[in-house]
Write a protein that binds this ligand. Structure first.
Ligand code: MLT
Length: 314
């Protein structure tokens, strides 16, 4: 009777709202992606799905909140490439690392862009390089904390330009974008998710795409990549994945993975993400073992790149 009871209980999952923790402030790309996902998951789970922003320390505080949450499937983490760079960037993580989570599947890949305030004297990336070289320390580069995608991209840019800028951390690139549009900060690497509307609205100046390939969006197809603009090895694309606390029961994980796979086939979600230059991953990658293997490879890849760029956060 007891086993049947347990089985029935799990069969009912989710009996109450599911929370997606976003480890960055509201208004940024992670938040946008999580809200799109929440809407699609709500339909699949037939249950309320809420988004909770837990910013700070480049996403590690939000990740820690989920790592230590009760392993019942009601608290999940939507995170990006920072999940795989934090173990290298932080000597002391507030959680045990990538093995402190159950993997539910990859979500999407978002190109990133190098954008600046519209009042900058530089119009092209070539001009921008000259302007930076004149006095790098006067250049304020915004990011969302050590471990964020914007920080990683900024680190790679400084390493590629062999220069050190003044960096300005925020709890997310949402608030950073406000300052960039206001002209109180100069530059930022920002995922297309958040940058496309501002570039299309002439609220910020786009210098380049930081991913290896140009964006397919007609409005940005003419924007060169940094690889084309004199930094041939430059390539930062931001991927996102969904995680649960490590000991979440297998039947609950299976139900969540099934809901995620269904959500990523939702035409509404696909349309919204593609309109921002985002690519939803193939169904084969929305699979726990493939997701974990991918993250383990990313940890190794970025560890080498970050160590070469020589930056750590204590
Ligand atoms: C955000 O949502 O604020 C961004 O993903 C932060 C970042 O990683 O740059």
């Amino acid at each position: 009777v007891l086993l049947a009871g347990v089985g029935a209980a799990r069969a009912e999952f989710p009996e109450k709202p599911v929370t997606l923790v976003v480890p960055f402030a509201a208004g940024g790309p992670s938040d946008k992606i999580a809200r799109d996902l929440a809407e699609a998951l709500r339909k699949k789970l037939n249950q309320t799905v809420i988004v909770e922003n837990v910013g700070g320390a480049g996403g590690t505080l939000g990740a820690a909140k989920v790592a230590t949450a009760s392993a019942d499937g009601y608290t999940l983490l939507v995170h990006h490439i920072g999940f795989a760079t934090a173990p290298t960037l932080y000597r002391k993580l507030p959680y045990k690392g990538i093995d402190d989570f159950a993997y539910l599947g990859l979500i999407n890949e978002a190109p990133s862009t190098l954008i600046g305030r519209t009042t900058l004297p530089a119009k092209s990336f070539a001009d921008l390089r000259k302007w930076i070289a004149a006095d790098p320390t006067k250049v304020n580069l915004a990011h969302a904390g050590v471990g964020s995608a914007s920080h990683l991209c900024g680190l790679m840019l400084q390493s590629a330009l062999k220069t050190e800028l003044t960096t300005v951390p925020y709890k997310g690139t949402g608030p950073a974008m406000t300052d960039l549009m206001g002209g109180t900060v100069d530059l930022m690497c920002e995922q297309a998710t958040n940058a496309v509307p501002q570039i299309e609205g002439d609220k910020v100046r786009a210098f380049a795409v930081t991913s290896k390939e140009r964006m397919k969006l007609p409005s940005l197809a003419s924007l060169p990549t940094l690889a084309e603009s004199g930094l041939p090895d430059f390539g930062v694309t931001v991927w996102h994945g969904l995680y649960a606390p490590k000991n979440t029961p297998a039947p609950v994980l299976a139900k969540l993975n099934e809901a995620l796979r269904g959500a990523l086939k939702d035409p509404e979600l696909i349309k919204r993400q593609e309109a921002l230059g985002i690519t939803v991953v193939s169904d084969a990658r929305v699979e726990p073992a493939a997701h974990k293997k991918f993250v383990e490879a990313e940890v190794m890849r970025w560890a080498k790149v970050i160590q070469a760029a020589g930056s750590y956060a204590d």
